[in-house]
Design a binder for this molecule. Structure first.
Ligand SMILES: *Cc1c(COP(=O)(O)O)cnc(C)c1O
Length: 228
């Protein structure tokens, strides 16, 4: 990473912060009611460090293994980091996920809720848990179906003793996102859930209008992702 690209990352980060504040004010919300989760997947510690140096502490990653390669070091270097897991979790990675992540946004099926519950019994770590809802009912996408969400949330709370504090969704790419954000909000309201993780680089302003408390923004901050 060159010094130049670090500088550009910080400029883009500040621009996103400004847009978030504007979108919040436009709907009579205080900017601090919206938390920016800076999604740093595919970027290495050298790319992430300039954003940490601005004082920002909330980041998102979608893979446990990739995160283990950079975040233990960064968490040791910068205190107060809040790391969100925003990608699918496998049951055999529950232990590693609980050890590293502060928020697990992708609780989406009984097997993973059970694995997390078992892991909590063995550790003092207490990450927050969100349920991912597949609002578009897309077969290829993770998340609990909307019509099963209430029962699943209740079971997470009663049977697996997971405190579900938030909901998360990723709307279909080819549809207007706002109806999906509205649906997520409705499910949250009837289940007494205050945290809504919704909105990405292309639609975080709409998500804020619809009540997002957390927006997950990657490419608008870190630039184009190279998966090669
Ligand atoms: C990658 C990712 C994001 C960020 O996407 P951008 O379009 O780069 O902002 C947000 N949420 C999830 C679940 C992701 O996997």
């Amino acid at each position: 990473m060159s010094e130049m690209s670090g500088h550009e990352t910080v400029e883009r980060f500040q621009a996103v912060k400004t847009s978030i504040a504007r979108a919040a004010k436009d709907t009579d919300r205080k900017p601090e009611t919206v938390t920016l989760v800076a999604v740093s997947k595919t970027f290495d510690a050298a790319d992430i460090r300039p954003v940490l140096e601005t004082g920002h502490r909330v980041f998102g990653e979608n893979r446990v293994q990739e995160s283990q390669g950079k975040w233990p070091e960064l968490k040791a270097e910068f205190s107060g980091v809040e790391l969100h897991l925003i990608g699918p979790l496998q049951s055999n990675k529950a232990k590693e996920a609980v050890a590293l992540f502060d928020v697990i946004e992708t609780v989406d099926r009984p097997s993973i809720a059970e694995a997390l519950s078992k892991e909590l019994a063995k550790t003092d770590r207490r990450p927050k848990f969100y349920v991912q809802v597949n609002t578009g009912e897309e077969p290829q996408k993770a998340g609990i179906a909307p019509q099963e969400a209430d029962a699943f949330i209740a079971k997470c709370r009663d049977e697996w003793k997971l405190e579900i504090s938030g909901l998360m969704c990723i709307p279909p790419v080819d549809e207007p996102p706002s109806p999906h954000f509205a649906l997520l909000r409705k499910i949250a309201e009837r289940n007494g859930i205050a945290t809504l993780s919704m909105g990405m680089s292309s639609d975080f302003e709409e998500a804020i209008q619809m009540g997002a408390t957390h927006v997950r923004v990657g490419s608008a901050i870190f630039g184009h992702r190279d998966y090669a």
